[in-house]
Ligand binder design. Structure first.
Ligand code: NAP
Length: 520
């Protein structure tokens, strides 16, 4: 069995002991082990800061952009092998694997494109500057410079490719080296990606390190200029925020946590029109892509009371048509969850949600999965629950069942009630609204915006171009308020902010113009 080593302090190093076991979630057979016991994380952090940081800060944005482009090309050259690992260790279908792997290479390429435009600059100006005195001779300007630390990128199990690459694209372009820590259960894909980049010699020494396995005492060794970019459950997010060393040293922390995302159907739509069809198609996809194990998956479906019965039945039929089984088979549309613990949690969660309503299709029972022998694998059926009293329910607005599971519920067709139900999720990554009516959508945006990181509008005019609410795009912000962690990633160049120090500089405007880049 393969042992995944970590790439720290410029060399591959194995941890001591047996470590965690990675399995194939279809066969339940072990694939690899990881351990970080005994690794010197103080030395790794220092190596990143001293070697990787110095090398990256010496480069211009244009040169760092070229590194991202080279990373994207190098990884894309191994696309098929990487997709095989997503299938083996993540239980992904090939299409799910592409969402993750192409998402990674695409985001690196997108930031390479943004960085290229910044050319020879090494730091950025923010805004146009401001007159501070009686005349414009006394001037103020905000600047953004790379932090002189390392960025520790802690990732969730469900995006072992995109999860670290989208963070690394921003950090490396900002000039900050990274230490990537994938979730242990699906670390195989991340491990191979880093191995490819090391083999190809794409990055300067210390710019990219890998921790394959538990975080050990890594966070104890972070200092003032370092950054932690975390993605995972709200519970782990809270633990990281409360970490004593991170608090005492003022380490910058970004948290991307869980989220009860909603899809809202506007009232009065033609059931056979493009918007209604788009809604059905996308909700079914967002529930079942990656077996519902996406932070942006739709969990709550709000439908006008008059449309509830019809939409419920149409959606149930779409979910029943999804072929569940061994994701390496071409006819299979949905694979298993990734671990046995997740399967147990999802079954229990379905029962909790069903306690406030009823199961329309699916449920917690074992699945007869296509191409899988002997009841093996962590499979859950696509499950739709109906809750007819969402205003007096709590679990549907509290519990994220991390699988192909969502609850459909009625609302009175007003933006006010839709927004009220969404808010009960206490902050979401994304809400999707399907409708063409200007006043309905306008009021809904006002009600939803403070509670969401992103709003996705599905309507007739964009039905043929829509990408689905679950796709986090490099040029738009990813991250939501409250329960979703309060973090912000991506969003074009604003995605670099986490890794930059923002400094106000005030003084003689003529002097500022001469010393700061981009000034006349
Ligand atoms: P998790 O159990 O919280 O683990 C996330 C990461 O944190 C893993 O790499 C884990 O490492 C690490 N970790 C655990 N304890 C730690 C500690 N004390 N210090 C430092 N790191 C620690 O979450 P998960 O099960 O992997 O992911 C599922 C959750 O992530 C879901 O709730 C989902 O909604 C959320 N998610 C959110 C987003 C988003 O962008 N908002 C994206 C994807 C997923 P080990 O695996 O080695 O324990």
């Amino acid at each position: 069995m393969q042992t995944l080593s970590s790439y720290v302090s410029g060399k591959w190093q194995e941890g001591a002991g047996e470590g965690a076991v990675l399995v194939n979630p279809v066969t339940e057979e072990p694939l690899a082990t990881t351990s970080t016991d005994g690794l010197d994380f103080a030395a790794a952090a220092a190596f990143g800061r001293e070697q990787g940081g110095a090398a990256l800060r010496a480069m211009t944005f244009g040169e760092r952009a070229a590194l991202l482009k080279a990373m994207s090309k190098s990884l894309h050259a191994h696309r098929d092998a990487l997709l095989d690992l997503a299938i083996q260790n993540g239980g992904n279908t090939r299409s799910d694997g592409k969402f993750d792997v192409d998402g990674a290479t695409g985001t690196l390429a997108a930031y390479a494109f943004l960085g290229k435009d910044l050319g020879d600059r090494k730091l950025l100006l923010e805004g146009a500057g401001v007159q501070l005195g009686r005349s414009s001779r006394y001037w103020g300007q905000h600047i953004l410079s790379p932090r002189e630390g390392v960025a520790v990128l802690i990732n969730a199990f469900n995006f072992p490719a995109w999860g670290w690459a989208e963070k690394a694209a921003c950090s490396l372009l900002a000039g900050v080296p990274v230490i990537v820590k994938p979730a242990s259960s699906t670390a195989l894909l991340t491990f191979r990606m880093v191995e490819i980049l090391v083999e190809d010699g794409v990055l300067p020494a210390g710019a990219l390190q890998l921790v394959s396995g538990g975080p050990g005492d890594l966070l104890d060794h972070l200092t003032e200029q370092d950054v932690v970019a975390f993605t995972g459950s709200a519970a782990t997010g809270r633990r990281i925020r409360a970490h004593q060393n991170l608090i005492h040293r003022g380490v910058k922390v970004n948290v991307e946590a869980d989220s009860l995302n909603s899809a809202i159907l506007a009232p009065g739509l033609d059931p056979d029109g493009d918007t209604s069809r788009l809604f059905l198609r996308e909700v079914a996809k967002e529930m079942t892509q990656k077996a519902g194990q996406k932070c942006t998956a739709v969990r709550r479906i709000l439908v006008p009371t008059d449309d509830l019965e019809r939409v419920r039945d149409e959606l149930a039929a779409a979910l029943e048509a999804v072929v569940v089984g061994d994701p390496s088979r071409s006819e299979v549309r949905m694979g298993p969850l990734t671990t046995a613990a997740q399967l147990a949690d999802a079954r229990c969660g379905i029962e909790t949600l069903a306690g406030e309503g009823r199961i329309v299709t699916g449920g917690p029972e074992p699945v007869d999965a296509v191409g899988v022998e002997g009841g093996k694998g962590y499979f859950v059926q696509p499950t739709l629950i109906e809750n007819t009293d969402p205003a007096n329910s709590t679990e549907v607005h509290r519990l994220e069942v991390f699988g192909p599971v969502a609850t459909i519920m009625p609302y009175d067709g007003t933006p006010a009630m839709a927004a009220d139900l969404v808010r009960r999720g206490e902050g979401s990554l994304v809400s999707a609204a399907y409708g063409d009516d200007v006043s309905f959508i306008g009021e809904l945006i006002t009600g939803l915006a403070p509670w969401n990181g992103r709003l996705y509008l599905g309507s007739e005019k964009v039905a043929d171009m829509a990408v689905g609410s679950g796709a986090a795009l490099p040029f738009l912000k990813h991250g939501g308020p409250g329960r979703a962690g309060g973090g912000a990633e991506l969003g074009g160049l604003s995605g670099l902010r986490l890794y930059q120090q923002r400094t106000a500089v005030q003084g003689d405007r003529g002097l500022l113009n001469r010393v700061l880049p981009g000034k006349d």
